[in-house]
Design a protein around this ligand. Sequence first.
Ligand code: GLU
Length: 508
Amino acid sequence: MERKVRVRFAPSPTGGLHLGGVRTVLYNYLFARHHKGDFVLRIEDTDQTRFVEGAEQYIMNCLEWCGLIPDESPENGGPHVPYRQSERKHLYKDYAELLIESGHAYIAFDTPEELEKMRAENKRDDNTNPQYDQRIRGLMRNSLTLSAEEVAALIAQGTPYVVRIKMPENETISLTDMIRGEISFDSSLVDDKVLLKADGMPTYHLAVVVDDYLMQITHAFRGEEWLPSAPVHVLIWKYLGWKEKMPLWAHLPLILKPDGNGKLSKRDGDRLGFPVFAMNWTDPKTGEITKGFKEMGFLPQAFVNMLAMLGWNPGVEQELFTMDELVQRFSMERVHKGGAKFNFDKAKWFNHQYIQHTDNAVLAGLVKPFFLQSAPEAIQVSGEILEKVVGMVKDRCHLLTDFWEQGHFFFVTPEIKEMAVIKDKWNDQKQQFFTAWITELENMSDWNHDALETGCNELAPKFGLKKGDVMLPLRIMLVGGKFGPGVFAIAELIGKEETIKRIKSITG
Ligand code: GLU
């Protein structure tokens, strides 16, 4: 019988969630939905030295913001609780023991100093980075070199020990990767990785196999940096007698720097001025805040659509997809083998598209927090006005943060940044025109776009001016610069008093 598709995102809660991580979540989610399967969130927190306060909650917040909610998780529970590896500690030891009993793993007592010494002593031209492997294990203090009595005595004395896998010699270990096809490894080149640490916690290598097995995971997607450890995992599946149940792996390509030179890092984001984390991450130790896509003004749907396309080919020209369309079309085989270059302008293009397609009332709600941040005192304004403003300037906005820049003059008197444009071509006719127009405006009973435009158009020729002669100065008086929607629409919305005030502040 076909097994029900079950996939998992298994982050270690160590800090901000990189966009590569979100893409892994997304591919898991799309694959699960496409196959009507389950999507599990498992927190891999067995490395106590890397534990970071708040990181788990942060990951869940990111998933929620992206709309990629797991079916099973530490928060929501599920049939395989607990979903946090630190709470599953008691489970792993038995499997490590089974591996010892079958001769595929062994106990090692070497202290950190002894390991250091081994590395220093065995460094040679043909072995620049000596590892605990088949060449070395015979020289160390472990259950392969010590007698059973010595091992028992050391354990009885409470000597700390780890459990290591015993990698076979000269074996070819193969696996079928959904993206890369058949991959083979030479077992002799892989070291005897630690499976269980001295504190009784499993390492990733043991925990990932045991949990993927117990949680009945059918497909496992992870970053390609895990490819070198894959042979260890394949062997553990085999040695525990579970090979038939091993998930199908997909090692996802890296997200690269914009120039294609290596993995995109947080530092690249800082350097080039774009975020690499989904949401703002505050380092609990230093208090340092790293900007996220959310706080930079991205819509989650745009962020997700952009990520879907970063390394996956939908097979059609279309670039904008709803989540439902992505679910329908998604297939792991269409994920590229090579890394995908991150392009911030393209990310902004996606956001711009989503902004245009978002209903103005919804957009107003999304933009408001950014307005409040920029000028809390300015937003004593009805939702209705904000909605109108948003509708008028949205075609100029790529980020939600752009709305303030593009629309602040509707709420606050703008700073006139382009005074020179007015002053350079100022003359008596213009002075007289604006003075006369102000009088007309003061007497205007029907304050609306059309009346304003007609009045202005009829008055200008009386002073020997063309429409174009007065529009630019008027724009700068109302907006502060050479941008923004139609001037009469702006005047209509800011109202009579404010319009006259802004004109007078220039004409005197
Ligand atoms: N805990 C691993 C990480 O954070 C997960 C790798 C996997 O998905 O198996 O990278």
